[in-house]
Design a protein around this ligand. Structure first.
Ligand SMILES: [Zn+2]
Length: 371
């Protein structure tokens, strides 16, 4: 279907385009921005002026003069004017909240250790967000929550076996409470955005998260693949060996029973002498499961996010070797399987990127409360 764009769409797109070029730590003059985007000088001046007024960008000093003409003023992301609040529900036994700046850096952090069987209910999330909102103060312009589970485009948690939730309208709940734009996203999708925009990820990338379970997310041309049921990437309970061990979901031989951090730690605890073999077998198992989707989409870049003591060379090399040997052909380049290097904060920082992607196009909601 052909959809006619209107001037406010064009303006929103231009804001996103300029923000993207400067995120996270770019410094460019208006002339550079015009050169890279094809925008006219008048449009760039107009849109950047508006973004400076809104607190998204700021002017630095003059650019170095090279050649003739007056040096332009450099623009960068403003890290002082505005704040975001993000919460990560994906880690076992702890719920993490952060106040963040517009470069997705953590300014303040609070952790709540979970007892009571690792349970979180929506009221606990509300209470942590409330604490973070108070810390952030009047500069706050958006809230994000990363959830281990299936999340719809409207921010509804369709299902999360880790949290024991189904059909929780988390975005509506938080927007109603705090009257700010809210994003609720799947945790693997958040980690993928962090890897893409703050790490080494490419516009087409598959990220696999090896945590309590196994989750994945796919980015194609910088857009998430969501799927008909919002469940693209939910590969943990796909059976890879029907005669394999029983899984908590009732089936046998799910991918998660072989490759999750919990399963691997348990196996290493039982046979500490076989540590390298266990990790390499797990990498082979994951590679065997990924070779078909990777070839189907012709992807070259696979990131694995997980505990460094598990997701190391033995695991990654076996995974890459399996994918490349099973899919080898004259027309496909070598698939790279690498570790996501952003550490424990990847999910929080990626969730901040999700919020930024949602708000930078808008005038108004992202303006400071004082203006
Ligand atoms: Zn299962």
């Amino acid at each position: 279907m052909y959809v006619k764009s209107n001037p406010s769409d064009a303006r929103a797109n231009n804001r996103r385009l300029l923000f993207r070029l400067l995120f996270p730590d770019g410094q460019l003059s208006r002339a550079d921005l015009c050169k890279r985007t094809g925008l006219s000088r008048a449009t760039a001046t107009d849109v950047t002026g508006e973004m400076i007024e809104d607190g998204l960008l700021r002017e630095l000093g003059a650019a170095r003069r090279d050649g003739r003409g007056k040096p332009g003023t450099l623009l960068a992301i403003d890290t002082d004017a505005l704040r975001l609040v993000c919460v990560d529900l994906s880690r076992p036994y702890v719920m993490t909240g952060a106040v963040m700046d517009l470069r997705a850096r953590i300014v303040e952090r609070r952790e709540r250790v979970l007892d009571d069987g690792d349970r979180i209910d929506p009221g606990d999330v509300l209470s942590l967000v409330d604490e973070m909102v108070r810390l952030a103060g009047p500069r706050l312009v958006g809230i994000g929550v990363a959830v281990p589970g299936v999340v719809s485009g409207s921010g509804r948690v369709v299902s999360s076996s880790n949290l024991g939730w189904s059909g929780v309208e988390l975005r509506d709940l938080l927007e109603g409470e705090f009257s700010l734009p809210v994003r609720v996203d799947n945790d693997a999708s958040a980690a993928l955005l962090a890897d893409r925009f703050l790490g080494r990820g490419e516009p087409n990338c598959l990220l696999v998260q090896v945590t309590r379970g196994i989750g994945a997310s796919v980015l194609l041309n910088d857009e998430f693949v969501e799927g008909d049921d919002h469940a693209a990437g939910e590969i943990g309970h796909v059976v890879v060996d029907p005669s394999g061990p029983a899984c908590a979901c009732g089936k046998h031989g799910c991918l998660e029973t072989y490759v999750s951090a919990v399963a691997l730690r348990e196996r290493i605890r039982r046979e500490p002498g076989r540590r390298a073999d266990i990790l390499s077998e797990a990498g082979t198992r994951l590679g065997g499961a990924l070779v078909m989707p990777v070839s189907l989409l012709n992807l070259h870049d696979i990131a694995v996010y997980g505990p460094p003591e598990l997701v190391g060379d033995a695991f990654l090399d076996a995974c890459a070797e399996t994918i490349n040997s099973l899919s080898r052909s004259d027309f496909q380049s070598v698939v790279r399987v690498r570790r996501c290097e952003l550490g424990d904060d990847a999910t929080l920082r990626g969730q901040a990127v999700c919020v930024l992607r949602a708000i930078v196009g808008r005038r108004g909601p992202s303006a400071p409360a004082a203006s």
